[in-house]
Design a binder for this molecule. Structure first.
Ligand code: ZN
Length: 212
């Protein structure tokens, strides 16, 4: 059996504390939906965090705190808001089912990309990538952090094989060329900051045509 690739502890800690950027949190939540052991770890962490908060000494509220809280309740109306409708990909894990999806776009030979309309953080946003068997992405580095979770199929890099539920963290310092090694296409969700940067003369030539 292959070694499992999980998010770093720093990433999981930030997720548990609610300080991860929204696009990154979407990809981590997807990984947690697919991996029970990471999910259990984060739940334990959140329970510890809650216990620490319970132990803190209460601070006196400002005089108008109650008025402000009530004003907020009136604005909200207290009515339940219906969740957005499910999207057209029932094969997606639950954390991704209620985001609207853009059309599939060509992003290179055997590579298709689709925008996930989850909250952005500056240039960082969520995309779905579908790569055909035997195909690879161009050799590339990154404008910022790239978090990837495999949904189905598998790809390989110098770091090993990434199967469904596996999580890869890359950034400006990582040069890689994921290649699909499964018989079925590899479907991934990724939080990508900026554009990938293609390596080599061919990469520089096709860079303007590859927009993820
Ligand atoms: Zn990459």
């Amino acid at each position: 059996m292959n070694a499992r690739h999980n998010p770093s502890e720093e990433r999981l800690l930030a997720y548990a504390a609610g300080t991860l950027s929204p696009p990154e949190a979407v990809v981590v939540a997807t990984h947690l939906a697919l991996r029970d052991e990471s999910d259990a770890w984060v739940r334990r962490l959140q329970a510890v965090g809650g216990a620490v908060l319970d132990d803190l000494t209460p601070v006196a509220l400002s005089g108008d705190a109650l008025d402000r809280a009530l004003a907020r309740v009136e604005v909200d109306g207290g009515e339940a808001v219906a969740p957005p409708p499910l999207n057209d990909m029932p094969e997606l894990p639950e954390p991704l089912r209620r985001y609207a999806l853009g059309p599939w776009r060509w992003a290179g030979p055997g590579i298709q990309v689709r925008d996930v309309h989850a909250p952005r953080d500056g240039d960082c946003r969520v995309i779905l990538l579908k790569i055909e068997p035997g195909r690879s992405t161009p050799n590339h580095t990154h404008g910022g952090v790239e978090l990837t979770c495999v949904l189905s199929g598998a790809y390989a890099t110098d770091e090993g094989r990434f199967d469904a539920g596996d999580f890869e963290e890359a950034d400006e310092a990582i040069l890689h060329r994921p290649r699909v090694v499964s018989d079925e296409p590899c479907l991934c969700v990724a939080a990508l900051d900026g554009q990938i940067r293609l390596d080599g003369w061919l990469g520089k030539l096709i860079q303007p045509f590859v927009r993820l």
